[in-house]
Design a protein around this ligand. Sequence first.
Ligand SMILES: [Zn+2]
Length: 513
Amino acid sequence: MHNFYHHKSFSYVIALILFFSILIPSTSNANGDEVMASVSSLHIRSGPGLAYPILSSVKKEERMNVLERQGDWLKVSKGQATGWVASWYTKPIESQKSITQMVVSKVDRLNVRSQASLESSVLTQLSAGDQATVIKDHGQWVEISFNQIKGFVTKEYITVSNESSSPPPSSDTTSANFQVAVDILNVRSKPDLTSKRVSQVKKGERYIILEKRNNWVNIELSKKESGWVYSFYGTLTNQPTSPKNIESKKETNKDVTILYNGTNLRGKPSTSSEVIYRANAGETFKTVGQSDDWFELQINDGKKAFVASWVVSTKNSSKNNIEKEVVRKKGTLNGLTIVIDPGHGGNDSGTSGARGTDEKGITLQTSELLSSKLRSAGANVIMTRDSDVYVDLRKRVAIGHQVAADAFISVHYDATDSSAINGFTTYYMHNYQKGLAKSVHESLGKKITLRDRGTQPGNYLVLRENRQQAILIELGFLSNPTEERAVTTEKFREQASLGIYNGVVNYFDNQRN
Ligand SMILES: [Zn+2]
């Protein structure tokens, strides 16, 4: 018996050595390489072959880090997700170390952190349109330099731009227009990053070029206004300026509608400033300006006042409609805006488990996985928080209204007095939210093994006050020690986010007809 076992384990060792000697050379070669998708939609699969299930997909020219190679298949990481792609649909990215890369923030108040982690301290914040220089790429994070401060930002909220990707403007006059290539771009008073911001322009908009100076172009915002933009954030084109151009000029004159009774309109754009007027839900005002998160309004007696942008809705529905007319293929979420709402945060820890889990931590982790899946399918995803901060429930709803979200998904974990109760539940409040709830719940049930408590109406503020397709998912009970152990694993979060993701895709696929 002894010999037999000895013999068997010996051959096992040989097999292992053979296995690794085949694997190691290609692994070490591939490790650290970057590739990009060479087709319009490249599937990331759970294993190295076409028969494996599709986890997500990437768009043409999206970059992935190569972790491993097996035959014609590459194991790649993209954000937090890993999986396998067919190498024949990828192309290598040549080293661009000598080229300055810039990033532009897509959002306001983007945290620049001391380390590549959501737990690390915040050094400063970027506003939408702020530009920073890339120091080093760290996968999901980028180390940047901004106003002499070096720190890390997550890639989800920035546009990365290669200076080489667009030819520098020359003195010829053949290209008369500038088309914006990043989500939001600051327009400045002088051809200089430190000069005053006069306006912002958006992706796809085209403007007449009045003048070129070094790497800057002076664009015509209106007959009276012009400003400077950094030329690498757009392309120079001969195509006429777009109609959306006109649309966006109207933005300073858009209407805002007050969402809540007793909303304070203030003398200055700050919550500590004096209240000039109290407005009620439904009152509408013309905007005359914008200062970060605040709108400056014209109020009735010729006075002006400021209102926080998160307590109003903006009536630029015609513009939203234009943006949403993007042709969407089955299985993709192109053109859709989805708000993910990780429950609780900051002082509000949510429920805590029998074994000490804080709900606020795992709601954020689950939401991040979900967001990256939705983004890889083409959705524009906005998270109501991306760190351990307190966000008011009304503000969460207002974010959904502000971006005219196609779906609003609040992620929670449950608790109750009885430690015996278990299972997952999907809540909706209004009838128009029922369809999304059913679709997500059904797909979720196929991916997780918790007891199915069904879809139910639930009187939660984030659903009740939400005009969008809003649902709230409770992913199991932390008050049940067995369930707490099951739902606090990385594997569970992966399965749960995949289930929710599938449900969202199915829901919108069925809306197409
Ligand atoms: Zn909760």
